[in-house]
Design a protein around this ligand. Structure first.
Ligand code: ADP
Ligand code: MG
Length: 833
């Protein structure tokens, strides 16, 4: 419904409620006409309807109540508006689970009882035109890439502020979506106000004063507003200039929350507008934008309003018509308009759905394109004899699980296929992914290629270096190991330059066959003679763009990525759509699930006893803290302070190590070495031990401040124990005894299944946990909710259809889409989480 129709309806409703006393609007109903007429024209309302409204309301004050009633009823009928109150129950925009589509709303509109919509479907696609409230922009329309300085009211100073928050162009502004909405679309007479409600009311300033309070530190402006049904006291802090704007007898619209003071209703710092103005900030569903210093809601709304009115209708719609029709999506201009200034809750939902669809759709197209490029590229053939693979498996100190064997077989086939492998191994913590990667590197070496393995931390890289050296160089009884020890090298941040030079020389002449490292490895100018395999461990820390960058170190090398983060299906489809997936769903034999208990803070001593008992039996323990050091008093327990206390008091006779992210890499390595070698019985640590650390002798994991972690993260931490054959225990102690918050933790005690926990996490905490903070492409997801499987599947389906019909997007009607994809994928590029 158009804003002008909506407002008219509201005023009329209010007038009917008041019994036709012509006081719904201060000064008479006809007072709305000048502003309304402009808005109606801007909305491109039918001219005859506009005239009808003007004529009817101009004569309205003269009539008797009966005549007035007839007149208003007639008007409502002309607009086919039902007389019942509009939107008495606002629909929550995000919490809704039912599918919304553009077409649906139009269909529902045929049943006016349920949908108080302006009935004609066509009305939705009439884009907003120039609004007469604002002057034309200083410069001619320059398209969406025009600088924000073309907007009224944006001078050089303000422009700087805007640029500072990443708003440079009109397009940026249009995509600066509200963070939430306030529904001020209910006008109410003062005598009907109730405490606590958010509302909008119309009234006249009766009196207004400003006085200093708190010994002059604050200025309080107080006004009394009347609307014929009653009076309301309203106050604002530190806005003395309001005195100039709100002089007595001015008609105003107030929007805000009804408060109470000394038993009387009041409003504190409501938004206020003069009644003749466009009710941008009040009197409707109002957008609330994310703010930074120096930007106010009003400023942003004003700018966005201008941008919407000049540009939204002229935005090229990047979605092909076919897609839009198939999914019944609103045109982009309509979605844009309604996401900022919703005509109704339904239209807001329609808008959000459309914009969310775009994001997932663009993401999918990009991911599919990557996959296709990859699949059509040719890869070196490494055709490993089955006998060699079987012999190597025999050499290992343990027998492989069925899942490990299966995945090794998949890799073997990939490497022999002539296409570059691009495979994701997803296996819960402790499922034994490392040995699979080791054998892959062995196959490559056998065929004369080089491999690189990249881990997210130096602790982990070093651990891999050690275990791979052991797995790949120790000779079996009859069978030769794939590598000699000097062919495997470690390159991390603090590898000395002299050693790096050696490694580089070896990589260049082919004598170094496997390099294990951190980011440092790919930031290093190292050049390989024949890099044929890139392995990325704990993949969720790296995005699509990083994967692409890594490949460039070799010529279409094979790629293997490994993650212990179980990714819910909906996410996996989106995030890893470009990879083939192997799932390692089997644990090595003899593993006992970790028993998990949630303890109250008061039960801490029991935890300590248990640790002591385990250490007596020769085991080791981790104690994890959410913080390195305690800053504020209210902060949770922190590693540094607690380490002191535990070593000096609780565990005086034991030796307690300390590990955290602020230590230098070689200090960290030294601590890990000591813990691994049993010099420390207890390791106090932050989450730096989260990823991949493997100490089979550790059997207790105590996590303090457990409520501060996501379930997936707790599961990772818990995975540090239970790696040997001993029964292991994980103890979770939250900060405080807050039943509701801690209830979440009990799921940890109920299941050891990473997938179940991941699903819960996704529901409770959103996808950030899985995606890392910012990955190329994903930073562009502002609207889409990655838990919405239905949305994802719809977008994926459409992307697939489009991709099949026009894989290179060459058709002329797909050119706007090509443009859009370019900017969508470029903007997030280079972000490393
Ligand atoms: P993750 O999948 O979490 O990376 P790792 O590869 O670190 O797991 O393996 C965890 C531990 O299990 C290591 O100590 C490894 O040597 C051991 N391991 C791996 N596969 C097996 C197996 N099939 N049988 C017994 N132990 C295994
Ligand atoms: Mg691992």
């Amino acid at each position: 419904m158009h804003s002008s129709v909506y407002k008219l309806q509201k005023f009329i409703k209010l007038e009917i409620e008041r019994g036709y006393d012509n006081r719904a609007v201060v000064g008479g109903l006809d007072k709305i006409l000048p502003a309304w007429e402009l808005e109606a024209r801007a909305n491109q309302l039918d001219e005859a309807l506009i005239q009808l409204v003007l004529d009817s309301l101009r004569s309205y004050p003269e009539g008797e109540p009966a005549a007035r009633a007839e007149l208003l009823t007639h008007l409502l009928n002309e607009f086919s508006l039902p007389a019942s109150a509009p939107h008495s129950e606002p629909i929550s925009p995000s919490a809704q689970s039912t599918e919304q589509s553009f077409g649906q709303v139009a269909e529902q509109a045929e049943e006016p009882k349920e949908e108080p919509h302006y009935g004609r479907a066509g009305v939705y696609s009439a884009p907003a035109q120039r609004d007469t409230v604002y002057d034309a922009p200083h410069e001619e329309l320059q398209g969406l890439k025009a600088s924000l300085k073309v907007l009224n009211g944006v001078g050089p100073q303000y422009l700087k502020v805007l640029n500072g928050v990443g708003l440079n162009t009109i397009e940026d502004l249009l995509y600066y979506f509200p963070r939430r909405y306030d529904d001020y679309s209910q006008l109410k007479p003062i005598n009907r106000l109730t405490f606590g409600e958010e509302t909008t009311l119309l009234g006249t300033i009766q009196s207004i004063v400003t006085r200093p309070i708190r010994s002059g530190k604050l200025q309080l402006t107080e006004a009394v507003i009347g609307d014929g049904t009653g009076f309301l006291r309203v106050s604002w802090f530190n806005q003395p200039w309001l005195m100039n704007k709100l002089t007595p007898n001015t008609q105003v619209v107030l929007a805000g929350k009804v408060d109470q003071y000394l038993g009387r209703l009041t409003m504190n710092s409501p938004e206020v507008e003069l009644v003749e103005q466009e009710h941008l900030h009040t009197n409707r569903i109002v957008p609330v934008y994310p703010l930074t210093a120096q930007l106010t809601q009003k400023m942003i709304r004003k700018m966005v309003y201008q941008a919407i009115h000049y540009w939204a209708s002229k935005m090229p719609d990047p979605l092909p018509e076919s897609v839009r029709v198939a999914v019944k999506l609103a045109p982009l201009s309509v979605a844009m308009q309604n996401v900022h200034f919703p005509e109704s809750q339904d239209m807001l939902d329609v808008a959000r759905w459309r914009l969310a669809f775009d994001e997932i759709f663009f993401l999918q197209l990009g991911v599919m394109k990557l996959k296709r490029n990859w699949k059509t590229a040719s890869g070196q053939v490494f055709d490993t004899p089955q006998s060699w693979v079987e012999e190597q498996i025999q050499r290992l100190p343990f027998s492989l699980t069925g899942a490990q064997k299966r995945v090794i077989g998949e890799i073997q086939a990939d490497l022999a296929s002539g296409r570059p492998m691009e495979r994701l191994i997803q296996g819960d913590v402790g499922s034994g992914k490392t040995v699979v990667a080791a054998l892959a590197a062995g196959m490559i070496a056998l065929g004369g290629g080089q491999s690189a393995i990249m881990a997210p931390t130096s602790i982990l890289a070093e651990q891999h270096y050690r275990s791979l050296t052991r797995l790949l160089t120790e000779p079996g009884e009859l069978i030769a190991a794939p590598f000699r020890a000097e062919e495997i090298r470690l390159l991390i941040g603090d590898t000395p330059e002299a050693e790096r030079a050696q490694i580089r020389a070896g990589a260049a002449d082919g004598s170094v066959k496997l390099v294990i490292g951190t980011h440092a490895l790919f930031e290093d100018p190292i050049v390989f003679q024949r890099l044929q395999l890139v392995v990325i461990d704990e993949q969720h820390r790296f995005g699509v763009a990083q994967r692409a960058a890594l490949r460039s170190k070799g010529e279409n090398p094979h790629l293997l990525v490994m993650t212990a983060t179980p990714i819910p299906r909906s996410l996996a489809l989106t995030v890893y759509g470009d990879l083939d997936l192997s799932v390692m769903d089997e644990m090595p034999a003899g593993r006992q699930p970790v028993s998990t208990f949630v303890l109250a803070p008061l039960e801490r001593e029991r935890a300590y006893h248990l640790i002591e008992a385990q250490v007596k039996e020769g085991h080791q323990a981790f104690i994890i803290y959410p913080l390195v050091e305690q800053g504020e008093k209210e902060d949770p327990l922190a590693a540094v302070e607690e380490h002191k206390r535990l070593q000096n008091e609780t565990f005086r006779k034991l030796s307690v190590g300390l590990l955290h992210g602020r230590m230098k890499p070689d200090e960290k390595d030294e601590v890990m070495r000591r813990f691994r070698d049993g010099e420390y019985q207890i390791l106090v640590s932050t989450t730096v031990v989260e990823v991949g650390v493997d100490i089979p002798n550790a059997s207790v994991m105590l996590i303090e401040g457990a409520n501060r972690f996501g379930l997936a993260q707790l599961h990772q931490l818990r995975g540090r124990v239970g790696r040997g054959s001993a029964q292991s225990v994980c103890l979770l102690i939250p900060d405080h005894e807050d039943a509701l918050e801690n209830e979440r933790l009990t799921v940890m005690a109920e299941t050891n299944d990473g997938f179940v926990l991941a699903e819960r996490d996704l529901q409770q905490r959103g996808p950030g946990e899985f995606l890392g903070t910012r990955q190329a492409g994903y930073s562009e997801l502002k609207m889409a909710n990655l838990t919405d499987v239905r949305l994802i599947e719809k977008a994926r389906e459409q992307a697939q259809i489009l991709f099949q019909n026009d894989p290179d997007l060459l058709a002329p009607e797909h050119q706007p889409l090509v443009e859009k994809l370019k900017s969508f994928w470029e903007e997030g590029k280079g972000d490393i989480s």
